[in-house]
Design a protein. Structure first.
Length: 371
């Protein structure tokens, strides 16, 4: 068993080193014409002053397509103030599909004839100035059909937030291969040609998850999905313990209700690591514990280097808080990860944005307001 433990820890460290080794240094960008950034916002959106400022600072130009239900005062005010580059789309209330998906479908139907590149973002991100240009680079150069960044959660305060951030940091720094990439809807891009080929409006109809739907459709169509490794996009994380737990479970429930096989593979990998840590702490002795902590500290040092290379200094300082869990109690991160994965398959109900959705095979079969 000790040799299995050593090999397992070497593999986990090798995975993070692989990510660091393949981190792009040149970070080339493109700025073609015909770029539209699609942002879906909730009715209680506050206008996102910080987000809008970051979008205005992007190195590539674009038009912002703001999708709402039609009752978002802050969005109306932004469009009135920034009408030269902001287009407002009122989707109305959703029926039989996720509210975000409903708004995105309305945005797709509002595209103009000269919109050639589509970029999808979330309202809670802190995008670097290179976000748009980096997402466009593989598309313009013909190196990919769908391009994605990855969310990196920044814990604001509290042990639970840093624990969730530690789990996400593990996922964010896994080796990424085109054949095993699933896009993240918070920073995702594709060409208009690909959107038409996938018939995104129809593909998203009745669905709850936008990125899972697009990713699975891309896989079935044998498209080239490419991650941009240096786009670990900051996203603040805060809230009560129950809210943070719900967040983690919801992410995996999206996966489980769309592809139980994908959930099973991810859970199996984590279960092996979790079980091995239980053996190391219970029966492996001090040698096994030393090996486990040595690998964990080594992974933390590599992840610290990755964070420093891709994030702004203030963002990096927040992200490093999550590394404390990997250094103090790496087994707790793995066990928490497995617990969230297990809870995700105990129900097909997903509570999101004030609504309770019941989902079967990715499709919404029932929805009702929770507040």
């Amino acid at each position: 068993m000790i040799w299995f433990w050593i090999i397992l820890q070497m593999l986990t460290l090798a995975g993070v080193l692989h990510y660091r080794h393949h981190l792009p240094m040149d970070r080339q960008e493109e700025a073609p014409d015909g770029v539209v950034v699609i942002l879906s916002v909730r009715d209680d959106w506050d206008g996102g002053d910080a987000l809008i400022a970051r979008l205005k600072a992007q190195s590539a130009s674009f038009r912002l397509l703001l999708a709402t239900s039609g009752t978002c005062p802050a969005a109306d005010a932004l469009a009135a103030r920034e009408g030269d580059w902001v287009q407002l789309v009122a989707a109305g209330m959703a029926q039989g599909e996720g509210r975000k998906v409903h708004k995105l479908r309305a945005a797709l139907r509002a595209l103009r004839a000269d919109d050639r590149y589509l970029i999808f973002i979330d309202a809670d991100i802190e995008p670097p100035v290179r976000l748009v240009g980096r997402l466009l680079f593989p598309l313009v150069r013909g190196k990919a059909d769908i391009v994605t960044g990855y969310r990196l959660l920044l814990p604001e305060r509290g042990a639970m937030a840093t624990l969730v951030g530690a789990v996400e940091l593990q996922l964010a720094t896994l080796p990424r291969f085109a054949s095993a990439t699933m896009p993240w809807g918070g920073a995702m891009a594709l060409t208009r040609v690909v959107a038409d080929r996938l018939d995104l409006d129809e593909a998203l109809a009745g669905r709850l998850s936008d990125d899972m739907t697009i990713g699975l459709a891309g896989w079935r169509a044998k498209l080239r999905l490419r991650p941009v490794r240096d786009l670990l996009v900051a996203s603040p994380l805060e809230g009560r313990m129950a809210d943070l737990l719900d967040f983690g479970v919801r992410q995996y429930r999206h996966i489980a209700t769309n592809s139980i096989g994908m959930w099973g593979l991810a859970t199996g990998v984590v279960a092996v690591q979790a079980g091995a840590w239980a053996w190391a702490l219970g029966w492996g002795g001090w040698i096994a514990v030393t090996i486990g902590y040595g690998a964990a500290w080594s992974r933390a040092l590599v992840r610290r280097s990755i964070i420093g290379a891709v994030l702004e200094p203030e963002q990096a300082a927040k992200a490093r808080r999550s590394l404390l869990w990997d250094m103090a109690a790496p087994f707790a991160v793995t066990w928490a990860h497995l617990a969230v994965q297990a809870m995700a398959v105990m129900s097909n109900h997903i509570r999101w944005g004030g609504w309770d959705y019941r989902v079967r095979r990715g499709r919404v079969v029932h929805m009702e307001r929770t507040r």
